[in-house]
Design a protein around this ligand. Sequence first.
Ligand code: AMP
Ligand code: MG
Length: 337
Amino acid sequence: METKLLTSEQYKEAGAILKKGGLVGIPTETVYGLAANALDGAAVAKIFEAKGRPQDNPLIVHIADLSEIDDLVAYVPPVVYDLADAFWPGPLTIILEKSGIIPDEVTTGLNTVAIRMPSHPVARQIIKAAGVPLAAPSANTSGKPSPTTAAHVMHDMNGKIDAVVDGGPCEVGVESTVITLATRKPRLLRPGRITPDELEEVLGDELIIDDAVLGKLKEGERAASPGMKYKHYSPSSDVFVVKGPLDKFKALVEKEANDKTAVLVFDGEEKEFDIMTLNFGAEDDDLAHAAKLFDALRTCDDEGIEKLFVRCPSDEGVGLAVMNRLLRAAEYKVLEV
Ligand code: AMP
Ligand code: MG
């Protein structure tokens, strides 16, 4: 299959492909999504094939207008309107009990469905042009770092999907915050750009943080969000998160480095190293860390890097989302120096 690279002005063509049951890589404010008509089980099944995605990892359904939610879920708890008011369109996914029109391919047989209204103008235009809600996970090969540019999507999906729409680099850079309202108390399943503090302000209630957000699931433990149990965001290179001051980080790297080693360091620290350096933004800039992480991991793979040492970022605010992804990419290898 030839994968067309479309410009953002060609959103109508993308919509037409989706309407016919095709797959399109689409820009969103979080990461690029691999979209199909969410109401067409056969189209959705092709997403799993293109990504090599495990059959029990459900997808997020993307809408362009709040009124679309009524048909997709069994019922809309009133707090959804407060959350939508505060955060939609934007990087928040809400899990609710599903309605009968959602095919099993989307939810992998669960009785709940994840819904999000993205803010990226091109994503919204594509959803409207398709005229249906779009099921879309991240547009990477399963297990690899999520794509934050159209080139990343092409790298993983060229020849496997109908088209990719280039909407420029993603602003947020990590996937949406996922909360479930299908449990007795609201629960955070995946951290993202919308932080627990911001959510609690609207919920007026304590948000339970799922154990899998920073911790590692034990063997056989059931994941509330199936996506959290898989080896995830992993580049081919071996990633190490290093906690400690710069001078000790540098001493460790000098001892371990060869010509296939790289470091991911904060602004101004690059000059300390004579191996490949990747920039993580300013040390106190959690938004920059989020925007730069996946591109840095992908660059390592492209350059044949075998070991990547990462300066440990803060896990406060959006840093919670950054650490959630980084720890998985590192398979929880954290060195204290
Ligand atoms: P991705 O967009 O590739 O990160 O994949 C969607 C994420 O949403 C995965 O981590 C899923 O586990 C999660 N998800 C989607 N639907 C549900 C659901 N009904 N219940 C729990 N998690 C879900
Ligand atoms: Mg994903």
